[in-house]
Design a protein around this ligand. Sequence first.
Ligand code: FES
Length: 101
Amino acid sequence: MMKHTVKLAATGEEFFCREDQNLLQGMQSFQMGLPMLKLIPVGCRGGGCGICRIKITTGIYEAKKMSRKHIPEEDQARGIVLACRVYPRSDLLIEVLSLSH
Ligand code: FES
């Protein structure tokens, strides 16, 4: 299974994510046993809470259906997604967004 690098634009921190893992799963399995801060906030893990909103600046990804309440269409068109609903298809550069609603 292909593994991609996910890099945070703000800090340069990176984790690896397989193509069959969403970005939150990739981040959490990478962090297992490591005393690291959470890179992306983790909530429901199922697209319901909106806390894991990120913006993907560069890279190719597959997005599963996302609640329009958290990700309106115009946001998604600008690369704003829920990390728990996105699967990498290339290396990604991301920004973590705080909850704004
Ligand atoms: S963790 Fe709740 S929407 Fe992603």
